[in-house]
Write a protein that binds this ligand. Sequence first.
Ligand code: ADP
Length: 545
Amino acid sequence: MYGQMMQQPLLISTLLVHAERHHGEREIVSRRVEGDIHRYTYKDLAARSRRMAKALAALGVKTSDRVATLAWNGYRHMELYYAVSGAGAVLHTVNPRLHPSQIVYIADHAEDQVLFFDLTFLPLIQAVANSTKTIKAFVAMTDRAHMPAADVASKIPNLLCYEELIEAQDDHYEWPSFDENTASSLCYTSGTTGNPKGVLYSHRSTVLHAYAAALPDALNCSARDVILPVVPMFHVNAWSLPYVGCMTGAKLVYPGAGLDGKSLYELFESEGVTLSAGVPTVWQGLLGYVEANDLKFSTMKRTVIGGSACPPAMIRTFGERFGVHVLHAWGMTEMSPLGTACTFKPKHLTQTQEERYAVMAKQGRAIFGVDMKIVDANGKELPWGSETSGDLYVRGPWILSSYYRDEGGDPLVDGWFPTGDVARIDADGYMQITDRSKDVIKSGGEWIGSIDLENIAMAHPAVAMAACIAAKHPKWDERPLLVVMKKPGAEVTKEELLAFFEGKIAKWWTPDDVVFVDAIPLGATGKMQKNKLRDQFKDYNLPTA
Ligand code: ADP
């Protein structure tokens, strides 16, 4: 017997229709690459998205065609989120921090038809425009007055102007209805090894994920919030915040290209931001600025930190110095991206602050919809509540079942997706990542979790960033080598740093050596590129060898 409820597909366009009807006057504020602050409402967003949907049709974009963007977080990018997917085409967000050759590779692989770009990326467009195979038009996301000069423009095939496309259409448009399993957007993994692989989201997975992301024990978003997503719209849909915005009617504040501490802080204060989200490296810049200028956050209550492990020292600084609660979250491109969020259970409310900080350092509990387990090397499930860590597997309706164009074959193991992360799960279900499997340090057959060591090093006041990598050792196979970037003007010796580990970990986990570097390489999504460091130090002679 079937239930007797309406069959309404979960479509991305329905989020926009809801926002226009119920939160039409709520604002969306953007720092533009043109230099000014732009503000309009959800009602304006809806009308302009409809016009853009018509413009796409006029450009010949058909159902399931891929439409690429190379753009910052801003209102025009959000219009494309809705116009492209809402019309039944596929929004392919491209990470502008990738190498131009990789951008050409993924644009060809995705068979993108049109590419929209922010003016910042004009040099990138000049570098790739004549190499991509399928792109028929390049659209500069600006008005006529800011279009590139004629000599530059003439070298880009079919260069169009965003505002002219919008102006050429009216806003009478009905969003089409179709199967909710239709593809909606495409995002390539950063591909630290091998070619990037595409993750193809559907309308259904996106809407379900947005519901889950907004829940109180996830990102806890409501109509009363003012959300500033620092996480880029060019990677994993800015952790769903452009969808959550329409779903909840929260005010959205987009930082554009201004990701430095000063620019972000100004927006936080001028727009009354209550919630933000980003990777630890961004918050480091922000905290540096706020501390150096002796400032405070007057409205920000919470910030979501994920993408790589948030050092406990950062959680503490936010909490103790600024009264900002850090919500540690974990996920990945293949998971839309949210998997876990670290919110308290009732028992934690009566614990001491120290005990709570220990909980907050973990990546958190599974959000409903995500099931997770840890397994040993033979795939056997490991119990929760012990110190043993294992390979983390997940499943759920917003987790990929195969990569775009079946690249890399079947990624699943008995219906579970192996994340490539190594984790332990405590008796309350709080998961803690100890490493990525390829970063684990194997010392005499035992595993040393590099993240634990980095977290300790980063709590030292002189350390700006620390990476722990495996260095070759004749007796133990591998031993930890700590690579450290100091804070500007700060001094610390190797001996002082090693002494800092005493009493915080098992003695045999202590790094065998410390090297100081001017910079630690960061990847396209702001994560430390440990593979590069491993290459750099592959012949390193440990003093213990
Ligand atoms: P990539 O394209 O590099 O895989 P993702 O953005 O998909 O980029 O990164 C996912 C990975 O990032 C996870 O598998 C995990 O290793 C790491 N990660 C994400 N959030 C956290 C976190 N809170 N703590 C530790 N690692 C994290």
